[in-house]
Design a protein around this ligand. Structure first.
Ligand code: SAM
Length: 225
């Protein structure tokens, strides 16, 4: 899988790329690159934004700047790019990111481009005509799309083969199909008793069927709560 994060701050992704699970995935063929949105701007002095029509505070990232960045990167008309890869614009008001979408992106076979906004965000025509998806990581506003892109990428990359030390860790997790979309059950480790709080006896029983049933019940209870 090839992943490009298009951003005005490519350096933000240096730390992310160094993380163990990301490096594992890179060793297995993932290619992850941060692309400077400013590099191909057609405007003078590296300008990428402009004032909003209709007035109001802040600056808006121009559609022709994003168009130039996509064309420069993929060597096709910018509107064509989303036909061959998922072009994901990060926006607070977008479709809420969840485990199902992470699974779809990890397993769909398409390369990814993440468009990280800044300031007041992108000109709406970026979302309408250049992106294939508009994704939000939650109902709050970040200063830029970089952290949102890393959240999306982290959830996607840990589902790629070989990213995690234990592949099964990514199967039975909160919100996964294996748990019918419910939060994960509680985990315990040593000591067996801490300040009077004991690990549930069933987990010490060695009875795998009972442990599985207990876990399923706790997971469902959390979902209902
Ligand atoms: N004016 C925008 C609004 O009210 O929705 C906020 C723009 S925000 C300061 C700048 C950029 O951060 C956005 O273009 C987007 O790329 C990113 N961003 C902020 N919050 C986000 C969220 N919850 N999910 C995804 N991206 C977000």
């Amino acid at each position: 899988m090839n992943i490009d994060a298009m951003t005005l701050f490519p350096g933000w992704f240096d730390w992310f790329a160094e993380q163990r699970h990301v490096r594992n995935a890179v060793e297995r063929g993932l290619r992850l690159e941060a692309v400077d949105l400013r590099a191909a701007t057609p405007l003078s002095a590296g300008k990428v934004d402009d004032t909003p029509y209709g007035g109001g505070a802040g600056m808006v990232i121009r559609v022709d700047v994003v168009e130039a960045a996509l064309r420069d990167r993929y060597d096709v008309e910018a509107e064509e790019v989303r036909r061959t890869r998922r072009v994901i614009a990060l926006a607070a008001g977008g479709r809420q990111f969840d485990d199902a979408l992470a699974g779809e992106l990890a397993g769909g076979g398409a390369d990814l481009t993440l468009l990280c906004g800044r300031y007041e965000g992108f000109d709406e025509r970026v979302l309408e005509h250049l992106a294939s998806d508009v994704v939000s990581i939650g109902p709050y506003v970040l200063s830029g799309g970089e952290l949102a892109a890393m959240v999306v990428l982290d959830a996607v990359i840990r589902k790629l083969p070989g990213a995690l030390g234990h592949a099964e860790s990514a199967v039975e997790e909160s919100f996964s199909p294996a748990l019918e979309g419910a939060p994960e059950y509680p985990h315990y480790t040593r000591p067996v008793e801490w300040r009077g709080h004991r690990v549930p006896d069933v987990l010490l029983s060695g009875n795998h069927a009972e442990i599985a049933a207990w876990r399923r019940t706790r997971s469902r209870e959390r979902s209902q709560r």
